[in-house]
Write a protein that binds this ligand. Sequence first.
Ligand SMILES: Cc1cc2nc3c(=O)[nH]c(=O)nc-3n(C[C@H](O)[C@H](O)[C@H](O)COP(=O)(O)OP(=O)(O)OC[C@H]3O[C@@H](n4cnc5c(N)ncnc54)[C@H](O)[C@@H]3O)c2cc1C
Length: 496
Amino acid sequence: MSVKTAIIIGAGPAGLTAADELLTKTDAKPLIFEMTNDIGGISKTVNYKGNRIDIGGHRFFSKSDKVTRKWLEVLPLEQGPDIDAAQADNIMLVRNRLSRILFKRRFFDYPLTLSAETLRKLGVLRTIKIGLSYIKAQIAPVCPEVTLEDFFINRFGRELYATFFRDYTEKVWGVACSDISKEWGAQRVKGLSVAKVILNAINRIVRKDSMEQKNVETSLIEQFFYPKYGPGYYWEQVAESITERGGVIMLEHQVTGLSLDKDNVWTVEVLEKATGKISSFQADAVFSSMPVRDLIKAMAEMAPPMVHEVADKLVYRDFLTVGVLVPINKCVNLPDNWIYIQENDVKVGRIQIFNNWSPYMVSNPEHLWLGLEYFCNEGDAFWERSDDQLAQLAADELVKIGFIVSSDAVDDSTVVRMSKAYPAYFGGYENFSVIRDFTDKINSLYLIGRNGMHRYNNMDHSMLTAAAAVEIWAAGVPNKDVIWSVNSEETYHEEK
Ligand SMILES: Cc1cc2nc3c(=O)[nH]c(=O)nc-3n(C[C@H](O)[C@H](O)[C@H](O)COP(=O)(O)OP(=O)(O)OC[C@H]3O[C@@H](n4cnc5c(N)ncnc54)[C@H](O)[C@@H]3O)c2cc1C
């Protein structure tokens, strides 16, 4: 019997996991096409002069033991018994999480805690308003709950929503919360409520911190794993192991066309970025983590017009990070992993302090290595600003919010753009079932991952969808529900 070939689109967590699983559990040969020059997708790490940028800050946290085991198999814990000097770089750190919200130039705990300190900073009037509007939301919730605004108000009350949720969410999405469906909230903050915040505060007093966090809402997780050199380093190790075992990863190769013949053989057209040449490759199965919108476009007449219509309307939100290097003695003390900037006089949405994710993310420990995150749409005026303009804006905004005294304090900076960071739960999303019904019926095509399934999947979800897809392909099971069931249960969500 000839060896089967599986083409995998994308070398992010989903694509790499699919290849890893194929090599471990089947005889098939995985061939990965990755359109960029990087390994890791959104979970890559960019190395700028020895200072590393993690796109968005990736906590390695999972409620799946299988995923956690895999992570620690690739990068053992920093103080594990098997660590020797040669392995010193290949380690997973255990980090404490600290993130705060900057609001009206004051820091608030994130997630919000109902402490005397919080109430003092909010002031008496606002606190009373928050309390009353929360009670009102409990007695007379918005019904029916349709939009994200309704979702937030019903769980937190109108005043708390307006104070801490509305502006930031609208900064991230560039769309009013009243124009976003409540499913977004269900995916992102499902299960979190004022009552849960109170319960967690009590729990924290009675329980010892541990990595055993299955029963803790993801928004409240206080410890996580983190590779010494950022998430991309982890995925580079996985990629290395794939190629060592005979898998092939072709970087700067973009999938542009797919078709399936009557003998169920796929022909995949690939654009080689360096030469502009298009080549065709054949495969028995396709595992796709490329954005659904692009996949359907690449399937051309294979997909009916109705499917194209829905796919064309899928929306994404893009994102850029300005890495800013500042001498520690010229910046305020920032112990956080990241800070939500809930200030409406600056454009920056969130600031990462990479030193606090891992001290090895910065080349000179005398420097603070910050990542200022801006949400935008690929091709809009903000996205198109030059790197110099963005660097200047970042420095000016750091001055404005009082983190540095003058923009002269900045020693160096760089810009990383990441398109399609977030698949949106508006636009064509409400008719997504049309796409799913179509792709689910094609036996040897598997949609996996985050943009690959147009779902708010974290790395662990992306890994689990890939593993499930390989398993059912190998077993010849036609039903794909098991893939779609990942990250759909009540207890399985990402942070706000
Ligand atoms: C701001 C932010 C913070 C996050 N924080 C966390 C966190 O703390 N913890 C966590 O677990 N997850 C986090 N995530 C989610 C995590 O980044 C994703 O779950 C993960 O990267 C998804 O993996 P993937 O392989 O499905 O997709 P991707 O990472 O998007 O990889 C897909 C790959 O496919 C490639 N590709 C696309 N089109 C084509 C094509 N036509 N041909 C060839 N290649 C193609 C892309 O270049 C990319 O490399 C965060 C995400 C964001 C945006």
